[in-house]
Ligand binder design. Structure first.
Ligand code: BG6
Length: 279
């Protein structure tokens, strides 16, 4: 465990045999860095990110659990991203962090569970697995996301591929259901959409860097695409006014196609695998 000098928060550093690295904060089981063997950072983190509760870290990969967005009674994106996890297993290239809700959290969400977040690095690969077990005596419903912020060269050179023909709920139009007509999703303004039951393989293509990040997901039927653009960026205290040009969120999720019902003793598992493809 390493301690971040400015925030005092603890994080874990992983390194694969080939030299891929990742950093994971115990605050939120939050991946804040994933670097390729050649040392290139793939994830975006805001220069104004706050590494302490009550904020979730702005960037990297917030874990939205047991609720995505406003799909339930909790505050936006649930409380996991704002909770301290414990390390329950670790190796040079792998770590498992675990969370059980506190008494206060059980007041808001009266459903005991154990959430495990496993992060593995391989040869230019990052893999992240969520495993949630209902440790209580009643069934409960959950929604979730791996709210991944990708670093891009510039917003006009970035696109998301794999969503052509897919239906989505437009969060900017009261969750109106529309169909993606474009070959790619491009960004010329604010975008906040929940694509429903998408293909399992999607890509964030960066024409400026000549490469794509390949996102393969299992157990997450949906995928959220988000860029805050000018006005939302200006309204966020932990995000620079111009940083919307440097990031795109593509978030494997259980959202509009959810929720998942977890019976007592049952386990839900979902995962994303990120890798690179040169254009
Ligand atoms: C996205 C949502 O997943 O997260 C957006 O679709 C939201 O509506 C964004 O603005 C950021 O949320 P937060 O709570 O981290 O500011």
């Amino acid at each position: 465990l390493t301690t971040d000098q400015s925030s005092g928060q603890k994080y874990v550093v992983l390194k694969s045999a080939e030299g891929t690295t990742a950093e994971i904060f115990l605050h939120g089981a939050h991946v804040t860095s994933w670097k390729t063997v050649s040392g290139e950072e793939v994830l975006f983190v805001s220069k104004q990110a706050v590494y302490k509760p009550p904020k979730a870290i702005r960037g990297g990969i917030p874990v939205c659990f047991p609720q995505f967005g406003g799909f339930g009674p909790l505050s936006q994106h649930g409380f996991a991203r704002n909770s301290e996890f414990a390390v329950t297993d670790s190796a040079a290239d792998s770590v498992t962090l675990s969370l059980t809700p506190s008494k206060d959290q059980l007041q808001l969400f009266p459903h005991p569970f154990e959430l495990k977040v496993k992060v593995d690095v391989g040869n230019d690969v990052l893999e992240q697995t969520l495993t949630a077990t209902n440790t209580g005596s009643k069934a409960f419903e959950l929604t979730a996301a791996l709210h991944t912020y990708f670093s891009i060269s510039s917003i006009d050179k970035a696109r998301v591929d794999g969503l052509s023909g897919v239906d989505y709920l437009d969060s900017l139009q009261d969750k109106r259901r529309l169909t993606e007509n474009g070959a790619s999703v491009r960004f010329g303004g604010e975008v906040d959409r929940i694509y429903l039951a998408t293909p399992s393989r999607l890509e964030v293509v960066d024409e400026g860097r000549g490469r794509a990040v390949v996102v393969e997901k299992q157990g997450f039927p949906d995928a959220v695409v988000w860029n805050p653009w000018v006005d939302k960026a200006a309204g966020m205290g932990d995000f620079g006014d111009d940083e919307y040009k440097e990031m795109v969120c593509l978030e494997p999720a259980v959202a509009g196609s959810g929720p998942v019902t977890l019976q007592p003793g049952a386990t839900w598992t979902a995962k994303q695998t990120l890798s690179l493809r040169q254009l």
